[in-house]
Design a protein around this ligand. Structure first.
Ligand code: AMP
Length: 211
């Protein structure tokens, strides 16, 4: 299955992506994770991306598109993939279409996880990540076990200011891809408020998968 997961920052894309890739046994392609790895490794791409990311802005299309176009050509993507955080602009969506057409494959569905803005800031500012396992916790909604609390990291773009900038970008740049996929009959809307387990069940059902 070839899927895209769309949603505002803090919608639970990472959590739902983890459940989906386990169920489907396809690679999880998160452009946010790829860019953070490039920043941590200090690559040329990472140096260019860092400033945009810190400020809560979008990394430019000319930097992000080639990463994904190359990644989906790799052999582990032959049977499918889950894209998380890409496309985030209309030109990215069109570039992905062209790359998939050239490869003779097509998308199965685009899932949008919907969460009202007022919930997003609370979710994002309390979010913490375990650098050893990649697990995501929330200081209030999903507190980490005490023994790992000391090693948790707060993403530099999870401050309130950067979060509001990312939300604004989501509405101005990313939301326009929703009608684009709706017109192609690929869109599945999922309510992202509530218990992550129940949201996963709704998501699986929307894709015609058993829980
Ligand atoms: P995420 O982990 O998906 O929230 O992404 C973190 C940050 O990485 C975003 O706020 C952007 O600065 C950057 N980023 C991730 N994916 C993209 C993309 N598809 N286009 C542009 N910037 C991106």
């Amino acid at each position: 299955m070839r899927l895209i997961l769309v949603g505002p920052p803090g919608a639970g894309k990472g959590t739902q992506a983890a459940a989906l890739v386990q169920r489907l046994n396809v690679p999880h392609l998160s452009t946010g994770d790829m860019l953070r790895a490039a920043v941590a490794q200090g690559t040329e791409l990472g140096k260019k991306a860092d400033e945009f990311m810190k400020a809560g802005g979008l990394v430019t299309d000319d930097l992000v598109i080639p990463i994904v176009v190359e990644r989906i050509r790799e052999s582990d993507c032959a049977a499918g993939f889950l894209l998380d955080g890409f496309p985030r602009t209309r030109p990215q969506a069109e570039a992905l279409d062209r790359a998939m057409q050239a490869a003779g494959v097509s998308l199965d569905a685009v899932v949008v996880i919907e969460v009202p803005d007022e919930l997003i800031v609370e979710r994002i500012t309390g979010r913490r990540m375990d650098p050893e396992t990649g697990a995501i916790y929330h200081l209030k909604f999903n507190p980490p076990p005490e023994e790992i609390a000391g090693r948790l990291q707060h993403r530099q773009d999870d401050t309130e200011e950067a979060c509001r900038a990312r939300l604004q970008k989501y509405h101005s740049e990313t939301a326009p891809i929703i009608p684009y996929y709706d017109q192609q009959g690929l869109l599945r809307r999922i309510d992202g408020v509530g218990d992550p387990q129940r949201i996963a069940e709704n998501l699986f059902a929307a894709l015609g998968l058993d829980a």
